[in-house]
Design a protein around this ligand. Structure first.
Ligand SMILES: O=C(O)[C@H](CS(=O)(=O)O)OP(=O)(O)O
Ligand SMILES: [Mg+2]
Length: 236
């Protein structure tokens, strides 16, 4: 199995995803939030790039979620904090979500055979799903405004380790993937502190979301994988 890691959406080339399974990662916070929302009973999450797209897609029963500048968008039901999606209010609902980086990364990956949402929260489940899908894998780090984000790279390194465990082989990876595996190995016993030292961890902490960073630092909190089907992320 080949497992390549792409450092941010700006690095994507047009043929990168053909016949592949893509695992899109935005640890802080979009993919962590999508996993959390599905774990708390929403029926699906529809990731879109823009606020206007979200409003246009919204059906009467749908909920709107997302952020700009890390804050809830005016008129939306929820922001981009996983804690907001731990409510019975979302049970059975479709959520249309737009965030600065994560939903954009998922959109970018649409040409792939399969698109999964990965995070620290669902790393083992994600690796099992990717192996079951029997394709080469591309791990797409969403990054932040076209730049690499530390937390996404560490999650990519963890996913490579999990893919090794599940597939019982050492997957071939590109040099960036090998570097992220080393980075994860050296930070694995202090992930939360490391995330708090990254630029997103610092920014979110500064504006009152330190608990979000702590929450998103947990490995394997949830045993579920979001997969893209007909433009919506549902449970695999
Ligand atoms: O809400 C978030 O954590 C970020 C906001 S940004 O990176 O500071 O613009 O959005 P995300 O799409 O989850 O990276
Ligand atoms: Mg992010």
């Amino acid at each position: 199995m080949q497992v390549d890691v792409i450092s941010s959406v700006i690095e994507v080339r047009s043929d990168d995803f053909v016949q592949k399974t893509v695992i899109a990662i935005d640890v802080l916070r979009a993919t962590s939030t999508i996993v959390t929302a599905l774990a708390h009973g929403c029926s699906s999450v529809v990731p879109v790039e823009t606020v206007n797209q979200a409003k246009q897609l919204q059906l009467p029963e749908d909920l709107l979620g997302g952020e700009r500048f890390c804050k809830k968008i005016a008129g939306f039901h929820f922001g981009n904090s996983p804690f907001e999606y731990m409510t019975p209010d979302i049970a059975g609902k479709r959520i249309v979500l737009t965030t600065t980086n994560g939903t954009r990364a998922i959109q970018k990956a649409q040409r792939a055979s399969h698109v999964l949402a990965g995070s620290l929260l669902n790393a083992s489940a994600c690796a099992r799903a990717a192996v079951a899908l029997k394709r080469d894998v591309v791990i797409l780090c969403a990054g932040t405004q076209d730049e690499f984000s530390l937390e996404d790279g560490l999650c990519a390194g963890l996913l490579i380790r999990k893919l090794e465990d599940v597939s019982n082989e050492c997957p071939e990876t590109n040099d960036f993937g090998a570097a992220m595996r080393l980075a994860y190995d050296s930070a694995s016993d202090r992930l939360e502190e490391t995330l708090l030292q990254g630029s997103n961890g610092k920014r979110l902490s500064k504006i009152g979301y330190r608990e979000d960073v702590s929450f998103c630092s947990q490995i394997d909190r949830f045993d579920l994988v979001p997969i893209l089907r007909d433009q919506a992320m549902i449970r695999f």
